[in-house]
Design a protein around this ligand. Structure first.
Ligand code: Q46
Ligand code: ZN
Length: 316
């Protein structure tokens, strides 16, 4: 197979585009996809201060580098979730990458700042780990961006992630979630603007981009992901994609272009009902926000919890 652009031998084929690329043209293709996503959805404006949430994985480190290559002065944010040795190692990858480029990295440790970690929080709140984790990350990312004066929070959600989330939301016809599922969520009182510049790139493309540009990322998966609903949706979509390449992108972009608008009102209504949390000030539909509730349950008597134990409990 030859490179679509320069006819040199291809090192990767992207079946969705029915094209092969050499290393140089492939990294250019990745940049181009991010540039187009930013432009199509009017994600970042001149002078915006951008904070990229990095986990040490391929998507977030790839995103940070792609944004910098496109000329954005993006800084990194690493949140230590306290998920055993996995978190220690992911932090090392994020730190090493930031140091190598001398790009600023903001660090927040959940346990130090909020008094609990994800295994402990999940157990105390009797939530599945990914639910406690997702809730905590959303809160801490938003809070870190606002309190440090950033205009934009960028996350490394890629095409596969977004298509899997969409499938989950469609299977339950969750109108509020569908209305919030968009590559850009505008700023609102208490909310920083959130963007997902990787929506046009698949997981495999991100991995190839990192390998070809020498980004050292954590390959190990989070040990708490086992049984995560989204992994199941990803597998299902991969099976469909295998049979008819391009379906995943058609599913996601069809929704963004033609479906999202129909649910935007449901999300807007939900936002109108929000008021400041009586404890932290973050927007919430109730008196106390879900993060503060989780925090107060989890930060109660500190018994160290092992990652394996939470799994055993959730599976039981
Ligand atoms: S870090 Fe957190 Fe993920 Fe681990 S506990 Fe689940 S949500 S899988 S992206
Ligand atoms: Zn709160």
């Amino acid at each position: 197979m030859k490179c679509r652009r320069c006819r040199a031998p291809a090192v990767i084929d992207v079946r969705r585009h029915n094209a092969g690329f050499c290393a140089e043209c492939f990294t250019r293709h990745c940049r181009e996809q991010v540039r187009r996503a930013i432009e199509d959805h009017d994600m970042i404006h001149e002078g915006d201060r951008v904070l990229v949430a990095v986990s040490g994985g391929k998507d977030s480190l790839g995103l940070w580098q792609l944004l910098r290559e496109l000329g954005y002065e993006a800084d990194g944010l690493y949140v230590g979730l306290g998920i055993g040795s996995y978190s220690d190692r992911s932090g090392e990858f994020a730190r090493a990458f930031a140091e190598q480029h001398a790009w600023p990295l903001l660090e927040i440790d959940l346990e130090e700042t909020y008094g609990f970690d994800i295994p402990g929080g999940a157990r105390a709140a009797k939530r599945v780990p990914c639910s406690a984790c997702g809730l905590s990350k959303r809160h801490v990312f938003n809070d870190a961006a606002i309190s440090n004066g950033y205009d934009i929070l960028a996350t490394g959600h890629n095409l596969d992630d977004e298509a899997a989330v969409l499938l989950g939301n469609v299977l339950r016809w969750d109108a509020g979630y569908l209305g919030r599922q968009h590559p850009v969520l505008p700023a609102a009182p208490g909310f920083v603007r959130k963007v997902k510049p990787l929506v046009r790139l698949g997981e495999r493309e991100l991995a190839a981009y990192c390998v070809l540009t020498g980004i050292d990322y954590i390959v190990e998966e989070c040990p708490m992901a086992v049984g995560n609903r989204h992994l199941g949706y990803k597998d299902m979509l991969n099976q469909v994609e295998e049979r008819s390449p391009g379906t995943k992108a058609a599913f996601l972009f069809g929704f963004i272009e033609r479906g999202h608008e129909r649910f935007a009102g449901d999300a807007a209504e939900e936002r109108e009902d929000l008021r400041p949390c009586s404890e932290c000030g973050a927007p919430t539909p109730g008196e106390v926000c879900a993060f503060c509730k989780l925090r107060s349950r989890a930060a109660a008597p500190r018994i160290p919890v092992r990652v394996e134990d939470v799994h055993a409990e959730v599976e039981a």
